[in-house]
Write a protein that binds this ligand. Structure first.
Ligand code: ZN
Length: 145
């Protein structure tokens, strides 16, 4: 089995795009992004060149935990078979000086608060442009309330 097929099995479907997330030895998912050694900038998702100084970037792990900076719940008909409603957030990552835009756990849509500590999970959510199921990363509460 190739590494990509192993991950498809772990996640239940192929990822919506390659290079966004992976799992560590314990099975915990983490985000993958880029880091620029010239100006110390981090990006997610990975980019071949730094958006600040155009230097080449290297692949880095960005961890799988953070804090909600801001969030909203989308109640209109979602694209790509996403659940309705679904919540999205800007999340400040714990392991890199980076604020990312991400899906939140749809089973708690509308139930998040600014400042909530969240952790990454990966599951089969929606589909791709061809209608095939796809694994997507999303954040859920790190601690129960
Ligand atoms: Zn740079």
């Amino acid at each position: 089995m190739t590494a990509a097929r192993v991950l498809d099995h772990v996640f239940g479907a192929p990822p919506i795009a390659g290079g966004l997330f992976d799992v560590d030895a314990s099975g915990a998912p983490f985000l993958m992004g880029g880091h620029c050694d010239q100006c110390d900038r981090y990006v997610f998702p990975y980019s071949e060149s730094c958006p600040a100084c155009l230097s080449g970037m290297k692949h880095v792990r960005l961890g799988g935990e953070g804090v909600i900076y801001s969030h909203t719940t989308v109640r209109t008909k979602p694209p790509y078979g996403l659940p309705q409603p679904y919540s999205v957030a800007f999340i400040d990552l714990n392991d890199a000086p980076l604020r990312i835009f991400a899906l939140l756990d749809h089973s708690m849509a509308g139930g998040f608060r600014i400042g909530d500590r969240v952790k990454l999970k990966v599951g089969v959510i929606g589909h791709d442009g061809e209608g095939d199921p796809r694994a997507r990363g999303y954040f859920t509460l790190k601690d129960s309330r």
